[in-house]
Design a protein around this ligand. Structure first.
Ligand code: BES
Ligand code: MN
Ligand code: ZN
Length: 492
């Protein structure tokens, strides 16, 4: 369930809340507006600041007891020397909501002084992200052991327009984030290509989008030999999902968002080691990002044309599975030598990127958990960004930064193409370990022809194997924010 996000005026004399969160930058002092809160804590708020028990460092928290009614508890959350106030507010919101969920308070009020619409949006997104959890596959504990989930948060700031506009946007994007995170968490036996197609249908129905779904038979007709060779080892029907949102000027070229939707990646015949293989249920996070973005864009009613494309299947071992040395032909006619069946994402995306051309796109952005090499290069902090158009790469990097999902460029130089030259076919699907993220992107580039294109390698950023403080183990919601910010950037 997504957090219900409300807004209100900071009337600390009249307020009744089980938890008041106060987000403060470094070296905080007691403002006049907060004097009633100081009184509600019997003066301990002011003393915590003057004694420097709480210094406002990034992620620092301090819990103070309040009264029996009114402000019942206070949680101070530090934002550090906030150079980027929005990302600091997003972070503080997430930390606060997670802490509130641990306390079991059910609802909270959030205060950070004067806030613009963008500030409210950022805090709201943080609160929604922090309150998000995934417990639908756990049996509920006995009632007396349960803690109330955080169901409601109210952001307190004086500017009515700022708080209304900011919270509306936060709700929309937050819904997209939550959807993407849930899809990521769902295991491969529940979140199948069929399930992604059904989810796309729900979104399409909700916002009057046009939905097209190609299965194995339709893809055979389109001669998508690259995508289909990955799906050869599974009995599940692979799906190419196209979801079209058209609220922009009639005939205006759409933005096309593409996602890798491997509902599980065993590696195929080039099988992965057993240790940690369960994480490969997250190999559909690019697709989840597309669906999350379409949900958010639908809610925001942005006046723009956007097409979401998903290539979804499962990379499995079987007697029918594609094997190293096989040569397949993609729908643009190019022959591909399969060196490693675990380099399957690029094979799926190749045909989806060729399919994208029929929409006559103004820009195509794909997101994929494509290479382990990207995790080695950039860790879990930055998404790898590469593309065929420098201006578009910069535009995507800017959008990613605004979304708090930072990306970093890698050089997509032709020099690296040497590594994916095949002896027998036009190209091979793996260049081995050197520059693995770049050669994967160069492979995609062979199929992303006829439009400006950017590729996001989200292998390190779409999910996390350790608790990040703001996010528990599992999906992060990346790249929903990047996609939505890019589209918003084009509307402005
Ligand atoms: N889905 C994986 C990439 C991946 C690895 C994502 C680890 C997240 C964490 C992808 O399909 C894959 O297996 N890539 C191979 C490519 C190699 C065979 C050229 C890889 O990264 O090892
Ligand atoms: Mn793989
Ligand atoms: Zn994969």
């Amino acid at each position: 369930m997504t957090l219900s996000l409300n807004v209100g005026a900071p009337d600390f004399g009249g307020i009744d809340t089980p938890l008041l969160v106060i987000a403060l930058a470094s070296s905080p002092s007691l403002s006049d507006e907060l004097r009633p809160v100081d009184a509600a804590t019997g003066g301990s708020l002011g003393r915590a600041l003057t004694r420097r028990d709480f210094r406002g460092g990034r992620d620092e928290t301090l819990h103070l007891a309040g009264g029996e009614r009114g402000v019942q508890r206070v949680l101070l959350v530090g934002m550090g020397a906030a150079t980027d106030r929005r990302s600091a507010l997003r972070r503080a919101g997430a930390i606060a909501a997670r802490q509130a969920a641990r306390m079991g308070v059910g609802r909270l009020a959030f205060y950070a002084g004067t806030m613009s619409a963008g500030d409210v949006e950022a805090a709201g997104l943080g609160l929604i992200a922090g309150a998000w959890d995934f417990r639908e596959l756990k049996t509920a504990p006995p009632a007396d052991e349960q803690r109330a989930p955080l169901e409601e948060a109210t952001i307190l700031t004086s500017d009515t327009a700022a708080r209304n506009d900011g919270s509306r946007v936060a709700r929309a994007i937050g819904e997209g984030h939550s959807l993407a995170r849930r899809l990521g968490m769902l295991p491969g036996n529940i979140c199948t290509p069929d399930y992604l197609a059904a989810t796309a249908k729900e979104i399409a129905d909700r916002y009057s989008m046009k939905l097209t779904v190609l299965g194995r038979a339709e893809m055979e007709r389109e001669k998508m030999g690259s995508f289909l060779c990955v799906a050869q080892g599974t009995s599940q029907d692979p799906k190419l999902i196209a979801i079209e949102y058209r609220r922009g000027p009639k005939g205006a070229a759409p933005i096309v968002l593409v996602g890798k939707g491997l509902c599980f990646d065993s590696g195929g015949i080039s099988i992965k080691p057993a240790q940690g293989m369960e994480w490969m249920k997250f190999d559909m996070c690019g697709a989840a990002g597309v669906l999350g973005a379409m949900e958010a864009i639908g809610r925001l009613e942005l006046p723009v044309n956007v097409v979401g494309l998903i290539g979804s299947t499962t990379n499995m071992v079987s007697g029918e599975a594609v094997k190293p040395g096989d040569v397949v032909q993609a729908s643009n006619g190019k022959y591909i030598e399969i060196i490693n069946t675990d380099a399957e994402g690029r094979l799926v995306l190749a045909d989806v990127l060729v399919y994208a051309k029929r929409f006559n796109p103004s820009a195509v952005i794909d997101a994929a958990t494509l290479t382990g090499a990207c995790v080695i290069a950039l860790g879990h902090t930055a998404t790898g960004v590469m593309g065929s158009d420098d201006a578009l790469v910069q535009e995507v990097l800017d959008a990613a930064k605004r979304a708090g999902e930072p990306g970093w460029p890698l050089p997509l130089w032709d020099d690296y193409k040497e590594l994916i030259k095949s002896d027998v076919a036009d190209i091979k699907n793996s260049g081995g370990r050197p520059a693995g993220t770049i050669t994967a992107a160069l492979f995609l580039k062979e199929f992303a022809e006829g439009y400006p294109w950017v590729h996001l390698d989200v292998a390190g950023t779409a999910y996390t194997e350790s608790d990040l403080g703001t996010v528990p183990r599992g999906s992060t919601g990346v790249p929903v924010g990047t996609f939505v910010e890019f589209v918003r950037g084009r509307v402005r």
